[in-house]
Design a protein around this ligand. Structure first.
Ligand code: IDP
Ligand code: MG
Length: 150
């Protein structure tokens, strides 16, 4: 079962878009197994974006992601990574399709509202970086009528 880490970034929080973004994932049918509000430490932000450490925008990216509280969500399901990325839209918001979160609400690459894990492998790693096991809530599933709680 795939997992993906979603971060509602500081620009989305500042613009009051957290509810809109959560709504879109909920509508999409991605099962939520963890959600919390937190302010990232610099250490966690640098670990999260480690793959971009050598890029010129790294420092600004880390400063930005720690600049305000963010909502982090763990979502689970088959194809969760691909489905979440499709709901989020292209990294460069100008290229993001209308109907995606970035395509509907963003234009600046440095202010693209939301993070989603980019691979199945990274989804598992990123969820583990942000959530302890006892913060994750399984025990529910989906049938044709919607969510079923065991
Ligand atoms: P992603 O968020 O769509 O996975 P990545 O390429 O992993 O995109 O980049 C991580 C984040 O770094 C982006 O979401 C964006 O906020 C920021 N970023 C990426 N490229 C640039 C850039 O060229 N200038 C400024 N910020 C960038
Ligand atoms: Mg990425």
């Amino acid at each position: 079962m795939e997992r993906t880490l979603i971060i509602i970034k500081p620009d989305a929080m500042q613009r009051g878009l957290a509810g809109e973004i959560i709504k879109r994932f909920e509508q999409r049918g991605l099962k939520i197994i963890g959600m919390k509000l937190l302010r990232l430490s610099r250490q966690l932000a640098e670990k999260h974006y480690d793959v971009h450490r050598e890029r010129p925008f790294f420092g600004g990216l880390v400063d930005y992601i720690i600049s305000a509280p963010v909502v982090v969500m763990a979502r689970e399901g088959s194809d969760a990574v691909l489905a979440a990325r499709a709901t989020i839209g292209a990294t460069k918001p100008a290229e993001a399709a209308a109907g995606t979160i970035r395509g509907d609400f963003a234009l600046e690459i440095g202010r693209n509202l939301v993070h989603g894990s980019d691979s199945v492998e990274n989804g598992v790693i990123e969820v583990a970086n942000f959530f302890s096991a006892d913060e994750l809530c399984g025990g529910w599933s989906r049938d044709v009528d919607g969510w079923v709680f065991e």
